[in-house]
Design a protein around this ligand. Structure first.
Ligand SMILES: [Zn+2]
Length: 203
């Protein structure tokens, strides 16, 4: 039976220094050393490439930079600030790192949508709704906007000057997780829920 091998880049995207992950890396290292003793030496080509890290003019922004305590003008991604996601309201400030990580993932996707539609500004109409806010506006108790577990989150948005139905259609084709068809109400809901199922609904 042939299998597609795991890609290291895909795997390490989820690396968070968790004990089982570190144990797995140790095992992988031992396996590599057993099969090809020289491959982890510093004179190898891959290590020379690796040691260029930090020498580029524009290093990639590490994930962990977005934390709950950041100021409102902090850019989660190049065109979306923390304040846009929380309307600069203190009660909408994230309280857990996992919420920031999920928001980052969503904002990265919104940047893709933005680029697709000619880099016109994204307008966020709802981001994080802590329980008190969600109750006040009558949101569902299961709302993805609660960001209440690792990997759960949502953003409602539109793009100024772009047909919202076209945006919705594009999201439908390119987003594999949650999509609320809010176009008739002027927005698109992009989200993720537990287990990351592909799910669509109308309002
Ligand atoms: Zn929504």
């Amino acid at each position: 039976m042939t299998q597609n091998p795991l890609r290291l880049l895909d795997l390490f995207r989820y690396y968070k220094e968790l004990p089982h992950q570190m144990a797995a890396i140790k095992e992988l290292e031992e396996t590599i050393l057993k099969k090809s003793p020289g491959v982890l030496n510093r004179d190898q080509g891959w290590f020379k490439t690796w040691s260029q890290a930090g020498k580029q003019d524009e290093p990639r922004t590490p994930k962990s930079l977005f934390t709950p305590d950041k100021p409102w003008d902090f850019k989660i991604t190049p065109h979306i600030s923390y304040g846009e996601l929380s309307f600069c309201e203190e009660e909408r400030r994230f309280v857990k790192q996992q919420q920031c990580d999920t928001a980052l993932r969503l904002c990265q996707y919104l940047e893709q949508v933005r680029m697709h539609f000619g880099n016109k500004p994204i307008v966020i109409t709802s981001g994080y709704r802590p329980p008190a806010v969600n109750r006040r506006i009558g949101g569902s108790t299961q709302s993805e906007h609660l960001y209440n577990m690792d990997g759960i989150g949502a953003i409602d948005f539109y793009i100024a000057g772009v047909d919202i139905y076209k945006v919705q259609e594009y999201v439908d084709k390119t987003w594999d997780y949650s999509l609320g068809y809010g176009a008739p109400k002027g927005f698109v809901h992009v989200g993720m829920r537990l287990g990351k199922p592909r799910i669509r609904w109308n309002y």
